[in-house]
Design a protein around this ligand. Sequence first.
Ligand SMILES: CSC[C@H]1O[C@H](OP(=O)(O)O)[C@H](O)[C@@H]1O
Ligand SMILES: Nc1ncnc2[nH]cnc12
Length: 289
Amino acid sequence: MISIGVIGGSGLYEMEGLEQVEEVAVSTPFGDPSDPYITGVLDGVRLVFLPRHGRGHRYLPSEVNYRANIFGMKTLGVERIISVSAVGSLKEAIAPGHIVIPDQFIDRTKGIRKDTFFGDGIVAHVMFADPVCGCLSETLYQAAQTAGAVTHRGGTYICMEGPAFSTRAESFMYRQLGGDIIGMTNLTEAKLAREAEICYGTIALSTDYDCWHDAHDDVTVEAILEIIHKNVTMAKNIIRHAAAPAAAKRGCCCAATLQNAIISDRARVPAETVAKLGPIVSKYFAQGA
Ligand SMILES: CSC[C@H]1O[C@H](OP(=O)(O)O)[C@H](O)[C@@H]1O
Ligand SMILES: Nc1ncnc2[nH]cnc12
């Protein structure tokens, strides 16, 4: 049975409606994930849930151990990750309460976050021109439509470092850069999921107009939480509608990402490094691979 990972963002710290629920603590070579994983079955599909910021929202976007979170998902056999995130809107047409399924990112993080599994004697350069899985994203789009959400297909997510929100000048600049939405987490996750050969797609809930819109108040946590609380049931319904189609056979090549990405001479990669990255790279180091 294919396992679908769900990473819950701000305001989504648990998933109801799962059967056969178990809490699984995973330790990884990259440290501890944000929380124990919650595994269970939703409408016949095995789901693995993790709140990105931990239960009780304990980790800043810069503090989230993205490597441990994704590595833990890989260890638990997850093949596709659905991310749920709150975002600011940089476009008039994307009103608070709308859903966006982004297909591009612009990196405005500051190099604080560890965003690769490679190093320590193994070098790989994965393709990232299309940073989310097109198949999974289409499934999420259809699921959001079915759940009755006003849904935007595609969009560019500006990933800023935070934790402070943007200045007004930055917000204007991001609009000029072609950004549609803004958040602090998803690019890092998408990159690591790609390296781990896991499909990744995002359900982004627009919660505010950041601070560029002169007819709307500047973003506050309070305003974001109000919109999230009004829409959390819809977000969960989208996941419910997406789970079974997301588990169907895929036509993407996310699972073969590393085939042409590892540049290091395999004979020279330290055995400890191969062992450390086992769930991700072992198939490329097996006898005859
Ligand atoms: C709660 S306001 C800012 C916070 O919300 C978003 O989190 P997530 O992507 O985990 O839903 C944004 O990225 C910031 O981390
Ligand atoms: N305006 C905003 N900027 C960054 N992250 C956000 N998450 C929700 N709204 C946001």
